[in-house]
Design a protein around this ligand. Structure first.
Ligand code: NAI
Length: 466
């Protein structure tokens, strides 16, 4: 086979890699992007963010038909679940987006190379596929190979009873009892999907609360909401081992005081993800890996080996698609000598439960720990006309302002469409806005976004609608 030459070879076509490849091409580089899977888009598009959101949206509608429609004056006969159609709709959403990435590569003249990449040197990447072995010569390499689920010792994934998020997206029938290990984003999102579709869901969480990285008030409110929806939680507990007997799984769960045997039909292990570097040859090429298995990079996303760069889930920081994309763009801009910058304080974090939870910037605790004197403003969705019209009034906005400068330090939202509402807060952090700026900005009435304006007014104790 030929040995083509590139300015940049990107390894991995997830949101980090594909976005970096497109931006590099815009900047005039000759780019190839190597992907080992059949479809482009990485974990996010194939087996992560997108399929989970498709199922969350479908299962939410299913839940609403039974619990909310009557209140709107819509009477239905009996509501039945057609799980195969729900799953194939999810697959269609995924296929549309992954093939869209291939289209973006064609449009942007990114060479779409399929196969398993291995770094032979900072100037050579080997690609192995069913078509054979190919070598790509390159000036620079960007590692964007993503992450994989962490298995639990004692509960190894088997894909049938002990599942990772990937299998939990395609269960052919609703499990009667689902045990979820880990009360983070994946555990709560996939737990919500199957709970809404009829499973009895128990979440076992090691710490004393859900989504530990988020504001305590939000996660406490989230727990109460999810309990109302029927999910159960066991905190300060961990799963130690599992035994499969017939079609059942018996899991030994240990808390501080006791050990119990929990019987269920499926177990979802969602205790975090780890960088995926197998077979990549990064370590052999001299790239430094930290004790947590992450590639060490400098402020330019360059590894210890000149010419080899890394972004996204393989480096430190939150494992989020949008964080990886921002880093990918900035990494190639720096390679091209263009000024680029990732503002990590402005990276939002969202959990797509119902209500949704979304946050950006510092929590109240973090702000205080960093020495800020803070002013807090809170506003409940119940006091907004739009939430009432929607019949979706749970939750609130909490704004953390600096008492001296009035600068917005953090915004934390639990409520309807928090995932979309957080964008205004992200912009306020990006533009170093004050809470007064948000309080003075006109927000269309009636909208959910008015809760942000009112929370900003609440910082100065001058709310108008409560
Ligand atoms: P996570 O790190 O968000 O949460 C894992 C949870 O499991 C933590 O609360 C942890 O305390 C708990 N845990 C760890 N070991 C345990 C044990 N032995 N027994 C019981 N609990 C245990 O990890 P998750 O949910 O697997 O997600 C992986 C990554 O993917 C995260 O970085 C997450 O942010 C990202 N993600 C983001 C989503 C989003 O933005 N909506 C959706 C899904 C995943």
């Amino acid at each position: 086979m030929d040995n083509p030459s590139f300015d940049l070879v990107v390894i991995g076509a997830g949101p980090g890699g594909y976005t970096a490849a497109i931006r590099a091409s815009q900047l005039g580089m000759k780019v190839a992007c190597v992907e080992k899977e059949d479809a482009l888009g990485g974990t996010c598009l194939r087996v992560g963010c997108i399929p989970s959101k498709a199922l969350l949206d479908s299962s939410h509608l299913f839940y609403e038909t039974q619990h909310a429609f009557a209140g709107h004056g819509i009477k239905l006969g009996s509501v039945a679940l057609d799980l195969p159609t729900m799953l194939s709709r999810k697959d269609k959403v995924v296929a549309g987006l992954t093939s869209g990435v291939a289209g973006l590569f064609r449009k942007n003249k990114v060479e779409d190379v399929r196969g398993m990449a291995r770094i032979l040197s900072p100037a050579k990447v080997e690609v192995k596929s069913s078509q054979g072995i190919r070598e790509l010569n390159t000036k620079k390499i960007l590692i964007a190979s993503g992450s994989e689920p962490i298995p639990l010792p004692g509960l190894p994934f088997d894909g049938k009873f002990i599942l990772s998020s990937t299998e939990a997206l395609s269960l052919p029938e609703v499990p009667k009892r689902l045990l979820v290990i880990g009360g983070g984003a994946i555990g709560l999102e996939m737990g919500s999907v199957w709970s809404r579709l009829g499973s009895e869901v128990l979440v076992v969480e090691f710490l004393d609360r859900l989504v530990p990285a988020m504001d305590v008030e939000l996660t406490t409110a989230l727990r109460k909401s999810l309990e109302k929806q029927g999910m159960r939680f066991q905190f300060k507990a961990k799963a130690e081992s599992a035994k499969i007997i017939g079609n059942k799984v018996i899991v030994q769960v240990a808390s501080e005081t006791e050990k119990t045997a929990v019987e269920c039909d499926k177990v979802l292990v969602a205790v975090g993800r780890r960088p995926f570097l197998s077979g990549l040859g990064a370590k052999e090429a001299g790239v430094e890996i930290d004790p947590k298995g992450r590639i060490v990079v400098d402020a330019h996303f360059c590894t210890r080996v000149p010419g080899i760069y890394a972004i996204g889930d393989v480096i430190a920081g939150p494992m989020l698609a949008h964080k990886a994309s921002e880093e990918g763009v900035v990494a190639v801009e720096r390679m091209a000598g263009v000024a680029g910058h990732v503002n990590y304080l402005g990276i939002p974090n969202v959990v797509y439960t119902h209500p949704e939870v979304a946050a950006v910037g510092l929590t109240e605790e973090e702000a205080k720990a960093q020495g800020h004197e803070v002013r807090i403003g809170k506003f409940p969705f119940l006091a907004t006309g739009r939430a009432r019209a929607l019949g979706d009034t749970e939750g609130f906005v909490k704004m953390v302002g600096d008492a001296k400068t009035d600068r917005v330090l953090g915004v934390h939202i639990i409520g309807p469409r928090a995932s979309d509402l957080i964008a205004e807060a992200v912009l306020s952090i990006e533009l170093a806005a004050s809470t007064e700026d948000i309080a003075r900005a006109s927000h269309a009435h009636p909208t959910l976004a008015e809760a942000l304006k009112e929370a900003a007014l609440a910082v100065d104790k001058r709310t108008l609608n409560i």
